[in-house]
Design a binder for this molecule. Structure first.
Ligand code: F0G
Length: 473
């Protein structure tokens, strides 16, 4: 099942029976990039408190901060924007989106939200009571925060390999069933409102979870009557990995794999800003009429009416079209092929990063870059700053800053993974951009020994990585 480890670009080419892959689209509109000098970047980094989230985008050359909402839409999606039915209630585009989600993901009921965290807030409030426990295959920042604010304690039940940057396991996103069983035994099934299963797992480096694993989680939780809610944000990318790596799925289209995958869950929270190829939007879906009823009541408090949930009609139309486009196998191969192309360049120079390459980016191993730094000197934050200073490329910290503090003790979480993420927006950059990125990472790798770390001088209360400020040590 996990015999498939790091697949090179060549292997992908062979699977397609051609020498190289190329994007299955061409460019119709272009947007100029901003070039800066080293002196300008030095000043911009100080002004931004060494936090790439605080840089104005006008000071950024290649923006790999995130794959969230940074996608390029197709001509069909832009045409769809003109079909926006901006009625307050009962927009035509809502029904189109509702039907698309039902057909592509298989969920009966849909509650639109402005983006993923809007859905996480509603699901958490609808299902969690004070003192509950929510297991998940690694935390995600906003997801865990909403679970905690609703009164739950989050428990990481991902396989150990997920925390090991050198493990070549093909399904490092899997749930460790023994850990899940141990939690059920310890706190009791009635204290677990749902299991939160993410596909792919962002904080582990975009690592997939196998069909066999989600099925096994379903079998285990069904005996206790515990529902499963999927974080389906990058579930289509996950489906591609299943097709490539799991016995019995090689000949199935990712559309079919996605439907089967979702069938082992009771519903999903969704950030539409990733897989669905749009710039804004999200939803909560469920097969449970009671959860639907509760969510529909709540959406009008936090998001908007239950037929728009914070999205304009045109945004819902673009998402409905984008979902279908993203379910094309050719598109998805080029998407993941581009990420792997960057990985293959870095690999040949010995740059340390999370392997196998995941779905949405390359996650540089900042501990391996800077063994001279302690985790409290913020190696991943430092590497993101160094990369920007070198070339104007913007990356993001995914380490101790993102992990935040324990909700009960106030102590820093100390994640084993201390990563700097080069996140690839969908359909936005070319192979030449990937070359430039790889060369800048190489330059940072070559000067790694002289680098000193950072200290945090301002820490916000929630999701500190977004707005924290640092100074050089
Ligand atoms: N779940 C996952 C797995 C995510 O990656 C994100 C967002 C969310 C939920 C929240 O969705 O942003 O629409 O509210 N991830 C972005 C990122 C921010 O850069 O990884 P949202």
């Amino acid at each position: 099942m996990t015999d498939h480890t790091y697949t090179s670009l060549h292997t992908m080419g062979q699977q397609l029976d051609r020498r190289s892959w190329a994007e299955p689209y061409k460019i119709k509109a272009v947007e100029p990039l901003h070039m800066t000098t080293r002196a300008q970047r030095d000043a911009a980094m100080v002004a931004a408190g060494y936090n790439t989230f605080l840089l104005p985008s006008r000071d950024v050359y290649i923006d790999l901060l995130t794959d969230s909402g940074t996608n390029a839409m197709s001509d069909r999606q832009w045409a769809g924007m003109m079909l926006g039915d901006e009625a307050y209630a009962g927009s035509e585009n809502f029904y189109h989106l509702e039907q698309t989600v039902a057909e592509c993901y298989g969920y009966k009921h849909l509650v639109p939200t402005h983006q993923g965290r809007g859905a996480e807030n509603i699901l958490s409030q609808a299902l969690i009571s004070e003192g509950d426990h929510v297991p998940g295959n690694m935390y995600f920042t906003t997801t865990r925060l909403h679970q905690e604010r609703a009164g739950a304690t989050f428990h990481d039940v991902i396989v150990d390999a997920a925390h090991d940057t050198s493990s070549l396991d093909g399904f490092k996103g899997n749930v460790d069933l023994a850990k899940l069983q141990a939690l059920i035994d310890e706190v009791g099934a009635d204290k677990i409102p749902y299991v939160c299963v993410a596909a792919t797992v962002n904080m582990a480096g975009g690592q997939p979870i196998s069909m066999a694993n989600v099925k096994a989680v379903r079998e285990l939780t069904a005996t206790y009557g515990i529902p499963i809610y999927l974080d389906a944000t990058r579930a289509m990318e996950n489906a591609m990995f299943i097709q490539e790596r799991e016995e019995g799925y090689r000949d199935k289209p990712i559309a079919e794999i996605l439907l089967e995958f979702c069938s082992y869950s009771d519903g999903a929270t969704m950030s539409g800003k990733k897989d669905p190829l749009v710039n804004i939007g999200g939803w909560l879906s469920t097969n449970d009429p009671e959860v639907f009823e509760a969510a529909r009541n709540m959406v009008v408090v936090y998001e908007g009416l239950h037929t728009y949930g914070g999205m304009a009609g045109r945004d819902m139309e673009a998402m409905a079209i984008g979902i279908r486009e993203a379910l094309s196998d050719d598109y998805m191969r080029s998407r993941i092929g581009q990420v792997r192309y960057l990985g293959s360049l870095l690999d040949q120079w010995g740059v340390p990063f999370v392997k196998p390459v995941g779905g949405h980016g390359i996650f540089l191993d900042a501990r391996a870059f800077y063994p001279q730094l302690t985790q409290e000197q913020f190696p991943a934050q430092t590497l993101a700053a160094e990369l920007y200073l070198d070339s104007g490329i913007r990356a993001m910290e995914r380490g101790i800053v993102s992990a935040g503090r324990d909700a009960l003790t106030g102590e820093n979480h100390h994640p084993r993974l201390e990563l700097t993420r080069l996140t690839i927006p969908r359909r936005v950059y070319t192979q030449a951009h990937m070359d430039v990125v790889a060369e800048s990472v190489k330059a940072c790798f070559e000067t790694r020994e002289s680098v000193r770390g950072l200290r945090m001088v301002y820490e916000p209360q929630y999701l500190r990585f977004f707005q924290a400020r640092f100074e050089r040590l």
